[in-house]
Design a protein around this ligand. Structure first.
Ligand SMILES: CC(C)(COP(=O)(O)OP(=O)(O)OC[C@H]1O[C@@H](n2cnc3c(N)ncnc32)[C@H](O)[C@@H]1OP(=O)(O)O)[C@@H](O)C(=O)NCCC(=O)NCCS
Length: 168
């Protein structure tokens, strides 16, 4: 895929992740999780070895900017017999590369892979306070399907979780 130009003029290379990305990806995921605002835990509890297997099995795309991993998007297809047409989405962008359009590029790239894999539905869970993520997901066609009230509690801060879905 040719490089894409971001809103700030930088170029990003979006590509399918390789098992060799696992170490860098675990570090990137941990940086995002440690912000405590966007995910369900403050650490990404998967080893690079486990992530390397997931990369081989699932649909993972990453973005390189200036030779560094700047973001990822992944869709894990359903394993249950009656859910193999579905996938669960997760993604994140390194703090210093946000709001430049990279999330949209990664999201569209991983959704293309999901279509190629004949998935028919993608589900995601986002914290209700995460206005930027909700806006991005709606812009590419996701629809809010439900809300888990006070599903998140970090110290005394509560958040709802919004369930979103996209049908192909
Ligand atoms: C959420 C995230 C993946 C989005 O990626 P990004 O590269 O920052 O986002 P983009 O620049 O591609 O798109 C964001 C869009 O939301 C809009 N937006 C930003 N903040 C917004 C807000 N507070 N309210 C409404 N819209 C907002 C932007 O204008 C942009 O739309 P546009 O391209 O039409 O102008 C990224 O910011 C991120 O990783 N955040 C922290 C971790 C996280 O939230 N992960 C997702 C967990 S569900």
């Amino acid at each position: 895929m040719p490089p894409v130009r971001l809103k700030d003029g930088q170029f990003a290379h979006i590509r399918r992740a390789a098992a060799s990305d696992a170490v860098g990806l675990v570090a990137l995921m941990n940086r995002c999780y440690q912000e405590r605002l966007y995910y369900h835990t403050s650490t990404y509890d998967t080893t690079p070895e486990q992530l390397a297997s997931l990369i081989e099995r699932d649909l993972h795309v990453v973005a390189d900017v200036d030779g560094a991993l700047a973001g990822w998007a992944e869709i894990s297809p359903g394993r249950a017999e009656f859910m193999r047409h579905t996938g669960n989405l997760g993604m994140g962008i390194d703090r210093s590369y946000r709001d430049a359009g990279l999330g949209r590029h990664l999201l569209l790239a991983v959704l293309d892979l999901a279509r190629e894999a004949s998935l028919e539905r993608v589900t995601l869970y986002a914290n209700a306070s995460n206005a930027r993520a909700l806006a991005l997901y709606e812009k590419v066609g996701f629809v809010q399907e439900g809300r888990l009230r006070r599903e998140i509690k970090d110290s005394e801060r509560y958040d709802d979780v919004v369930i979103m879905g996209l049908l192909f």
